[in-house]
Design a protein around this ligand. Structure first.
Ligand SMILES: Cc1cc2nc3c(=O)[nH]c(=O)nc-3n(C[C@H](O)[C@H](O)[C@H](O)COP(=O)(O)O)c2cc1C
Length: 215
């Protein structure tokens, strides 16, 4: 096979990123960009982000997860703690998150350490999920090899019967991670490949250093 994509060229010209207009805190710039992409309305899941971990097999691995909350402290997503990513984070909490919002010609790369969310917070979020999603989280041994699709459907059937009129509690192997950012890099596409890149790095005194990077 030979598929040549080298002529797929696009000119980026929607916006610019300047040191003069940005906040001292990258979470505020994140929020501004997030609001703008939401308001724009054409991205179905602007909270979908790529999460890269350092794998137990020595390879980095990236996959999509959904951002469910962010605060000045960090970025929260939910998953199975015994999944490939869960085990990788337990061994090495250093992770990278990446958002790409083509409609705004923007990318944000976040490096930080992931830590398990307090149990009561994971309980609260689990409680808010529809019953089907709760049972899905219980029934799926995420990232493990399973014999067939039927196996999963049968297990779900059994669980649905078991949980009729019974409260569905969060299993201990499922919950949230909070990624506490140490570096956040904002990329705004610009004409002629001379894009704007601004990186915030967390300093020992908890202030953020702001630097411009070459595109
Ligand atoms: C749009 C989208 C959103 C997803 N959101 C999540 C999520 O929030 N949590 C999660 O565990 N997996 C989510 N997944 C599935 C993951 O990408 C991945 O397949 C799964 O977590 C297993 O990854 P692992 O084997 O590397 O641990 C999502 C996938 C897509 C495409």
């Amino acid at each position: 096979m030979h598929e040549d994509l080298s002529n797929n060229r696009k000119t980026y010209q929607k916006s610019a990123l300047s040191e003069d207009t940005i906040s001292d805190n990258p979470l505020e710039l994140f929020r501004k960009w997030y609001y703008e992409v939401e308001a724009q309305g054409s991205i179905e899941e602007p909270n979908a982000m790529t999460l890269a971990t350092n794998g137990l097999d020595g390879f980095p691995k990236a996959r999509t997860v959904l951002l469910k909350k962010y605060t000045y402290e960090g970025f929260i997503f939910y998953t199975n703690y015994e999944s490939e990513k869960g085990l990788a984070i337990a061994e090495d909490p250093k992770v990278c998150l990446c958002f790409y919002w083509p409609v705004m010609e923007r990318q944000i790369i976040i490096k930080g350490k992931a830590e398990k969310l307090a149990e009561n917070l994971s309980d609260g979020y689990f409680e808010s999920r529809p019953d089907g999603s709760k049972l899905g989280a219980i029934v799926s041994p995420q990232s493990q090899v399973i014999p067939s699709r039927e196996y999963l459907d049968n297990e779900l059937d059994k669980l649905e019967k078991e949980y009729v009129n019974k409260e569905i509690e969060r299993p201990p192997y499922w919950g949230g991670f909070m990624v506490r950012p140490e570096s956040m890099e904002f990329w705004q596409g610009r004409p002629n490949r001379l894009h704007d890149r601004i990186r915030y790095s967390l300093q020992p005194d908890y202030n953020w250093k702001i630097e411009r990077l070459a595109p």
